[in-house]
Design a protein around this ligand. Sequence first.
Ligand code: FAD
Length: 418
Amino acid sequence: MTRDSWDVIVVGAGLAGLAAGVAARAAGASAVVLDTHQPGGRARTAERDGFVFNLGAHALYRGGPGMAALRALGIEPKGERPPLHRYQASYAGELHPLPTSAAGLVRSRLLSARAKLRLAALLARLPRMDATALAGTSVEAWIADQDLPPEAEALLRGVLRLNTYAGDLADLDAGAAVRQVQIGVAQHVLYLHGGWAQMIEALGARVEVRAGARVHTVEPVGGHVEVVAGEERLRARRVVLAVGTPAAADGLLPGPPPWADLGGPVTAACLDVAVRGVPDPGWVVGLDEPVYATLQSPPAHQSPPGDAVLAVHRYGATTPDEDRALLDRQRRRAGVTDDAVVHERFLARMTVTGAQPRATLGGLAGRPTITATGSPELLLAGDWVGPDGLLADAALASGLQAGRAAARAITDAGTMVR
Ligand SMILES: Cc1cc2nc3c(=O)[nH]c(=O)nc-3n(C[C@H](O)[C@H](O)[C@H](O)COP(=O)(O)OP(=O)(O)OC[C@H]3O[C@@H](n4cnc5c(N)ncnc54)[C@H](O)[C@@H]3O)c2cc1C
């Protein structure tokens, strides 16, 4: 007979849900993770003729709360850092080396002398800046406060988009964004060998996962929770909702969600390209256009030797035609000619983050907590939940915390199922 009762049921087998399930198991609870689809969510990886595609450009922050959560669960991601010194910036149709150090600023022909001086001062201050003091200020307002010439503002915008994946900098909280840049500057990022499937496989090996299990209802009744998944009726002491977006979580909550207007999801248009040969320059950050091309492989192993995988990202999807044209332009700027394309995949509108930390809500502190469900038996996890980090960092950190909290609540009540 298939089992129908657990201490913890997690809905959603993306990074947040898998982290929650593994954390609950590690704390001694019985747990299962349910998903409509195969595990992975937005961290899924596809393979075509030896080329590995993440769903768009994917970088894991080495010094972020996501890495710390994975390590707490016994997982050490393997990959390579992209070479920042080779990054180019596109501005007014021309390429320039992206100045990321004091020496790079001095050499830059993109910036005026005044812009260089002001940016050098900002770069020197940035690592020690108290990011929490910026909570409540939007990124655009913070940029305006820096009193920079236009080309320096464009550079700052490009770097902030690069680190946050945000489309709307007028809404994004500067405290959250600056903290993310600090994490990026201190320890950079990793592109993972074999793609983000590496994390999904490592997490999925540590907890039972059921694919093809769409959850229709989640109903707390007298200290436990009834879950209807497909045709099955399941039971748990605690349920973690890790379904990707506030709207999806709202659809499963028994009452109205106890959180403020979180805004819409952060979107992107993506072009993933399998390339014959290795393109040069490979990395091009758009300064006057919200677009970024990045060679994922090499450095990571995601392509046959001598070939490459390039991801091009348009921050904030608009219309498919307009976005596609911009992505193709940036692909060519990155050195990938039309005849070098072996395979390509255009994703017109991806959800990058369920909701970004809004300045109007006080930034990270204004996001819903893992317990903000209106019901003690239900918990939340996702990249829009909790006070820690952005993107996958937030998904993994909130997943770890929700899984632990669910198991702890059951231990405290002395009612583990096993
Ligand atoms: C193009 C792109 C680029 C990105 N780049 C980066 C990056 O460079 N760095 C970074 O840190 N992050 C990046 N991210 C963000 C990162 O991928 C996400 O933050 C993270 O994967 C979200 O994980 P999650 O588990 O919260 O949500 P999801 O991965 O969306 O998982 C939710 C899961 O819930 C399931 N589900 C929903 N409803 C139900 C239901 N009723 N029943 C059963 N299952 C259900 C879904 O099928 C899905 O599998 C990027 C995202 C995109 C799209």
